[in-house]
Write a protein of this length. Structure first.
Length: 429
């Protein structure tokens, strides 16, 4: 079977690496891919930004010419734009939800409304399209708030505010300065929840839900969760925050109700459903839903996954998840993101990367490329998040140490990374 993977990040490299291990996998094509994906498949230079009829037709034509039988759509933007709908054909499986289902991630106001209808536990909120009304609302609240762009903002449109002045500044950035263009035209203002965050991902085939091992992401750019939000600076899996009982509770109170709510709206959900949760004193509450594998949560998940990912994806596409048999390596995996100086703000590109082979010489270490490109046969930086460095360990402390040691062996000008991935739970052990 020939496979196409849409995307160019660490998530797509990790998915390709795992799919390549399937005995049914023949060729893998990445659109557009990166320097790392070129080592396990073929990068295809087809533009995707923005997704439109012209490039969707070009991808469809390429798939027909190369007998692609499975398409995996990694990022949120093409899902929200309906690429899964446009590429669906008889004899071809597309792993990723339709545009209608992906609205759960693409429109936070819609997601909050659906959660309310389904009685899914989440923070109290208000939605605004008028900046003056939003400013009046936050100025009347002394409690800490969270201001979110309702649209897609690459994981950077969430602003956690300590007071009304910070909330007002966030509203002005989103609605007046248009920092995230159309994504900030509608905003959601929520109560600020207190507790530990974690990520619960599940495969959903329309009826059956297969919950994957839980992970914990670290979104702030600086150690100790300081500084602005990013797309994710690291993650580890599994997390000790979730017991089997709590996992069942999340499945029954969060995942099942939201899938059923979409079904009542005439939407069949197939693909990955990602619940970002806060474990509050009153129980787990949903911060957001994503409609694809998280990045960087996907990388440690793929490192630990035991079983055939290709078969699992096909089963998800065709309503046969009950037949899937997946298990997990009992060890822990820590993923540390190496980023470009300046990220999540402006950063330079084209910095030569060295030391990846040296890092991967250590047992249980794998480096997934994210923001990289090939220039004169060398890998160079091409994004804010450049590499996802993963290491397996007997426990989280061991995995973190090994991942940090691997990062120390890799060099590119301006590189930085957090050394404290997993610190939130390690301090409690």
């Amino acid at each position: 079977m020939n496979v196409m993977i849409i995307g160019s990040g660490g998530r797509e490299h990790a998915l390709g690496w795992k799919l390549s291990q399937s005995p049914r996998c023949d060729k893998i094509f990445f659109v557009p891919g990166n320097a790392g994906t070129a080592q396990i498949g073929t990068n295809v230079n087809l533009t995707l930004e923005p997704v439109n009829t012209k490039n969707a037709d070009a991808i469809d034509y390429f798939c027909r010419q190369n007998k692609i039988e499975l398409i995996v759509i990694g990022p949120e933007d093409p899902l929200a734009a309906g690429l899964a709908d446009r590429l669906a054909r008889p004899g071809r499986s597309v792993f990723g939800p339709t545009a209608a289902a992906a609205r759960l991630e693409a429109d936070k106001a819609y997601a909050k409304h659906l959660m309310r209808l389904a009685s899914v536990p989440t923070a109290e909120y208000r939605t605004f399209t008028d900046p003056e009304a939003a400013l009046a609302y936050v100025q009347a609240h002394e409690t800490p708030l969270v201001v979110k762009a309702a649209g897609l903002a690459k994981g950077k449109g969430v602003m956690v505010c300590d007071n009304s002045d910070q909330a007002a500044a966030a509203i002005k950035r989103l609605m007046r300065s248009n920092e995230f263009d159309q994504a900030g035209k509608t905003i959601v203002v929520e109560e600020r929840l207190v507790g530990q965050e974690l990520s619960v991902l599940a495969l959903v085939d329309g009826d059956t839900i297969f919950v994957l091992d839980p992970a914990q992401d670290h979104k702030q750019v600086g150690e100790g969760d300081s500084g602005p939000n990013t797309g994710g600076m690291g993650a580890y899996c599994p997390t000790p925050l979730l017991s089997e009982e709590l996992t069942r509770q999340i499945e029954s109170e969060v995942l099942v109700p939201i899938v059923d709510a979409m079904r009542r709206e005439g939407i069949t959900y197939r693909g990955v459903l990602y619940a970002g949760l806060m474990l509050t004193a009153g129980g787990p509450k949903v911060l957001e839903f994503n409609c694809r594998f998280g990045d960087p949560e996907c990388q440690p998940l793929m490192m630990r996954l035991q079983g055939d990912l290709l078969e699992a994806m096909l089963a998800t596409c065709h309503g046969k998840l009950e037949q899937v048999d997946l298990s997990w390596d009992p060890r822990c995996c820590c993923c540390v993101v190496m980023a470009s100086r300046g990220y999540p703000g402006p950063y330079e590109k084209g910095k030569v990367i060295t030391g990846i082979d040296r890092a991967q010489a250590s047992e249980g270490v794998r480096v997934f490329h994210a923001g990289t490109a090939l220039k004169d046969g060398q890998a160079v930086s091409a994004g804010g998040r450049v590499l996802s460095v993963c290491a397996m360990g007997d426990d989280l402390a061991d995995a973190q140490r090994r991942a940090n040691e691997a990062c120390d062996k890799i060099h590119f000008e301006g590189a930085f990374f957090r050394r404290d991935i997993g610190y939130r739970v390690m301090a409690k052990v």
